[in-house]
Design a protein around this ligand. Structure first.
Ligand code: ASP
Length: 436
């Protein structure tokens, strides 16, 4: 049986019955007429009731299987195949870089017959698609996972951290991790904590357009990432993505201060509250900020995460039961994304107080994203402080969530966990500047 990507249940049974595969041209008889088109892979979140055909006009139609009278394969499609040229040989003496593949758009290609994006490019193929790499470093590709990043979870972070720690021992000059962009910021923060003090650069890289499209941002992002991994003077965890819309510069953002702030632009990623750590322009790293940790030094990886943390975004009319719900689902810590300087309604504040009383940990961040929380300005903030909610300065809410998972993963509890949450581990908080 050929490829029936994404089809499940009724639709899958129907297609198997008709001996159809993705890419075949099908003729189906519905109650309203006969439709001919190429069978397109189904998105994983599609229902089980429909098949999707791409018509000659280029439009896709979803057809409910239950209403079909008959289907036959008019012509078999060729199964998608891609054989990249072998990567060119690197000159001797170049730095060694480990490239870990996890999936995402950067490792996807458009199937031009069906128009769907498929996770089909391995780390090795990516390397072959960007031949320039062989003059920058000796890249060793390795596939860790092949998933879109919305499916990445703390167990994946832990595996990536362990593999990277091993790469340090194996003498690699740097590690590049190709990753979907949706949760790239979370993984970068997680590795920032798990690998705090790592003596080499660890560069996460994604792309907004799949690697085989002429408009793809993947090649430049990968070149920037590998250059940083191979040649930077700094160590630590960073995200490499386009600096602007044009295809000439790559920004390196600190792993604990980066956010995807646009759904589709190439320059979707921004450093929040800190300058970009470094910029790659054609030819090499052009600028590196002051104060980045240099390469080298001893480090102990701490690659364990405890998922029992909830991130609650406060909104007007939020029911206090949201806090109880988080507790019922097992949360040992709650990170609140409050309004402004770090506020929630009286009712939610009361419930957070009860959560802390019962042994839970509650932390405050701000949905403003820019600036820091200050809970001593208004009564609401003071009440929250009195209730035991701990302010997290200018830590990003997503970073605070990941950090709480990491802190609990180290086995820390109560006051020790609070102490770890409020101490700077991987540049997640910036120093408070005194008012002039
Ligand atoms: N949903 C995809 C992912 O995060 C999008 C991307 O890769 O850019 O894996």
């Amino acid at each position: 049986m050929g490829d029936l990507s994404g089809y499940r249940g009724t639709a899958l049974r129907f297609l198997k019955g008709a001996s159809a595969s993705v890419g075949d041209v099908l003729e189906v008889r519905t109650s309203w007429g006969t439709v001919t088109g190429t069978l397109v892979p189904r998105y994983a979140y599609g229902d089980e009731e429909h098949i999707v055909l791409k018509l000659k006009s280029g439009y896709n139609v979803g057809i409910r299987v239950a209403g079909l009278k008959d289907a036959k394969v008019v012509s078999k499609g060729e199964s998608p195949a891609f054989s990249p040229p072998p990567p060119p040989k690197s000159p001797k003496g170049l730095p060694r870089v480990l490239m870990l593949g996890t999936g995402g758009t950067i490792a996807s290609r458009i199937d031009y017959r069906t128009g769907a994006v498929r996770p089909a490019v391995s780390a090795a193929e990516l390397h072959a698609l960007v031949p320039e790499l062989s003059s920058i470093a000796v890249v060793q590709p390795e596939i860790m996972f092949e998933v879109f990043s919305e499916n990445i979870a703390p167990a994946h972070w832990a595996k990536l951290a362990r593999r990277t720690a091993r790469a340090v021992k194996e003498g690699f000059s740097g590690v590049v991790i190709t990753h979907g962009t949706d949760t790239l910021g979370y993984t970068a923060a997680a590795l920032g904590f798990a690998l705090a003090g790592v003596p080499i650069p660890v560069i996460l890289v994604g792309s907004q357009r799949s690697s085989d499209r002429p408009s793809s941002d993947a090649p430049l992002n990968i070149i920037g990432a590998v250059t940083a991994a191979a040649t930077s003077r700094f160590s630590g965890v960073y995200v490499a993505m386009h600096l602007g819309e044009s295809d000439d510069k790559v920004a390196l953002h600190r792993g604990t201060r980066v956010r995807k702030n646009h759904t589709s632009r190439r320059d979707a990623f921004v450093s929040v509250g800190v300058p970009v750590a470094a910029v790659y322009g054609r030819g090499g790293l052009e600028t590196e900020s002051e104060g980045l940790p240099p390469r080298g030094g001893a480090f102990t990886p701490r690659p364990r995460f405890d998922e029992r943390v909830a991130l609650l975004k406060f909104y007007p009319s939020m029911p206090p039961s949201a806090v109880r719900g988080a507790k019922r689902s097992g949360a040992k810590a709650i990170v609140v994304e409050g309004t402004g300087l770090g506020h929630v309604s009286k009712e939610v504040a009361k419930e957070l107080g009860a959560f802390v009383k019962s042994g839970g940990l509650a932390f405050m961040t701000s949905q403003c994203l820019e600036g820091r929380v200050d809970m001593r300005v208004y009564d609401t903030g003071r009440d929250l402080l009195r209730a035991g909610v701990v302010p997290l300065e200018d830590m990003l809410p997503e970073t605070a969530l990941v950090k709480a998972m990491w802190v609990l993963g180290t086995g820390a509890k109560g006051p020790r966990a609070i102490e770890m949450m409020t101490a700077n581990v991987a540049g997640e908080m910036t120093a408070r500047t005194l008012p002039s």
